[in-house]
Write a protein that binds this ligand. Structure first.
Ligand SMILES: C[S@@+](CC[C@H](N)C(=O)[O-])C[C@H]1O[C@@H](n2cnc3c(N)ncnc32)[C@H](O)[C@@H]1O
Length: 254
């Protein structure tokens, strides 16, 4: 034993040093994220992913950019399409994908494709890992944007749909009257929930973003005419709401 220790003492010391260093880094990382979370800064730090947390409080907010970057990290995504790019510095420029394509008919947005989403999809031949649907918030347009997005989504890809969960009736009226406005995106969402059994769909109750991935769901039965009252009475059933923590558990399982 003594002989063995004499011969291998340096190797043993190096191995123990490496293990100590790994342990130290692990603990330091945990402390960093706990502090970040406690400082409430984690939402605004859009380069951090929720995967760094073991659990999240039920009311944790997940900013849209934070959510998109979490998906990029989780599934190692390379290509990103944003329908309705808006001002690039608000979200588009912050997405950590190698390939980013923006579509927006408003010239001041300087999108790579200064077109409506319908015109873009007519000419598009590329496919994408992650698609953010955030263009014209009218039900028929959103419905077309989602169907067109499904047709150019890579295997294991994800579609994120903004503004699926309006807080009150006024914010979802079309045409827009309120400054804070979701439009009637939720009606497109509910229609798809009633039609498509070959995808999984849920909405994060923390930020109203809808997630669509190839999979399966039990289609829901809904009336032909959708009213806000019907939504407010059946929100969970219609949207399939998930809390931030359930979403974290979902990501860790997939
Ligand atoms: C809510 S803003 C987008 C915000 C942006 N995605 C962000 O996260 O900062 C909606 C954008 O959709 C664009 N838009 C309007 N009609 C559109 C259409 N038919 N196709 C694509 N984009 C459209 C508008 O010009 C506007 O910039």
């Amino acid at each position: 034993m003594k002989e063995f220790l004499k011969k291998h003492i340096y190797k043993l010391l190096i191995i123990s040093l490496v293990f100590n260093l790994i342990g130290f880094l692990y603990v330091a990382k945990k402390i960093y994220y706990i502090k970040l979370y406690a400082s409430n800064d984690f939402v605004s730090n859009q380069y951090v992913s929720i995967l760094n947390y073991d659990s999240l409080p039920a009311d944790a907010e997940i900013d849209k950019t934070f959510l998109l970057n979490t998906l990029v990290e989780k599934f190692d995504y390379n290509s990103y399409l944003e329908i309705g790019q808006g001002k690039a510095e608000n979200n588009f420029n912050r997405i950590k994908c190698k390939i980013r394509i923006g579509v927006d008919p408003e010239p001041s947005c300087n999108a790579a494709y200064c077109l409506t989403s319908d015109d873009f999809f007519k000419l598009n031949k590329s496919t994408f890992d992650l698609i953010f649907v955030d263009g014209l918030h009218h039900k028929d347009q959103v419905y077309r944007d989602i169907i067109n997005s499904l047709n150019c989504l890579n295997k294991n890809g994800t579609i994120v749909v903004h503004d699926c969960n309006p807080e009150n009736e006024a914010t979802q009226i079309v045409p827009q009257k309120e400054e804070i406005w979701t439009g009637d995106v939720w009606k497109a969402w509910v229609k798809l929930r009633s039609e498509k059994n070959d995808v999984e769909m849920f909405v994060l109750n923390t930020n109203g973003c809808g997630i669509i991935r190839v999979g399966e769901q039990k289609t829901i039965i809904v009336p032909d005419s959708l009213t806000y009252r019907y939504l407010s009475e059946n929100r969970d059933y219609l949207l399939n709401l998930k809390s931030a923590n359930d979403f974290l558990i979902y990501l860790k399982k997939n």
